[in-house]
Write a protein that binds this ligand. Sequence first.
Ligand code: HEM
Ligand code: MYR
Length: 415
Amino acid sequence: MPRIPRDKSFESTLALIRDPYRFIAKRCQRYEADLFETRLLLRRTICMTGPDAAQLFYDPSRFERRGAMPKAIQKTLLGEGGVQGLDGEAHRYRKQMFMSLMTPERIEQLVKRTAAEWQIRMRRWASAEEVVLYTELHELLTRAVCAWAGVPLVEQEIDARTREIAALFDHAGSVGIRHLWSRWARKRADHWMAQIIGNIRSGHAHPPEQTAAHIISWYRDSDGELLPPHVAAVELINVVRPTVAVSVYITFVAHALHEHPELRERLASGDEGYAECFVQEVRRFYPFFPAVAARVIQTFEWNGYRFPEGRRVLLDLYGTNHDARAWERPGEFDPERFRRWDGSPFNFVPQGGGDHDVGHRCPGEWIAIGLMKLATEFLTRRMSYEVPEQDLSITWSRMPPVPGSRFVIRNVRAS
Ligand code: HEM
Ligand code: MYR
């Protein structure tokens, strides 16, 4: 039986933190295998990359999520008690709640609401000396998604709420003070959302029926009970937070347009098919969510390798999106490749892979794509701007790895 290659170092957590997006693929190349074993956060962990590994990882009979995510990520980014840590029937039941929010009509309404916020902010940007796009997008998206989701925002609180939501994804994957700020933001955000759920349940607030706030407040779980208030809060944040995190992808849209100005004309012509290919290539090309974690349910063999019960397994998302077995010239930014893409749920996994309903694949993909296309339209057709000299390099050790300058623009004009 072949043995899973073992990484030489005793504990690899530091190496992973230093280079979270390339850590797994680099070592797999070194060991000439799809997988290797190491110790991460003091636990033996099998790290895997590529489409075959993704297909294995997304077989729900092999892996469970219970207890797989590091506590530090649950105490910040994800929260505790949410859909991400559920398995089997309980997961499928809860997942339906999220999937029911993602109808084309509802997504169209979110896109429209977001377009209105772009219009308002664009006017403000026109009179500003310089605009930091990434941070501006946090507030723009917070306003849009809260309105859409039925989450009330008091005007005086918007700045603080925006910062809290952004801290959940912008500072979760860091160490030191930034990480502590993310933990504090999680406490504040959970408390805030639990209050909103309480107001709805007590009849003091009545968001429209189709909104996430209404649906989550009144959702009956697989046991027939309403979700405990803190769990409902975590799930409502699971809609708001990642929508604001689309600011990362939109910043990458702006980055890609800057790096490849020759694409602008084609995008500005309103070619829908090409815009779709462009945003898909942004999601493939840029690093964002590094890896997903699970645990082996019962010992099994795969390609002769032994996966023992309880072992933690990480699937490399960035590396899979750049795997040369699935992608020609993976390091080149080329939207056209999506005209030839085979549509496999295992080779293109920026937001996870496999099946949306049965597995843990992100239910927010259509929102991300919709908001990225809208941003492309604004940045190519509905406004003009200049990109001054700045540090646009991607900091590979940062999660998420937004450009150093956070993308500054100036001389913004509506067009
Ligand atoms: C799950 C990435 C946007 C809601 C996930 C997963 C990833 C991911 C990697 C885990 C997949 C897995 O465990 O196998 C992203 C990225 C986004 C994004 C990079 C871009 C900003 C969204 C949006 C929403 C959303 C807009 C909702 C409005 C969720 C939820 C889950 C999830 C609820 C848990 C699903 C489950 O456990 O079954 N996302 N996501 N995400 N995402 Fe997203
Ligand atoms: C969201 O769910 O809010 C959208 C994506 C946020 C990505 C933040 C990236 C840093 C988190 C590190 C996760 C490490 C998992 C092993």
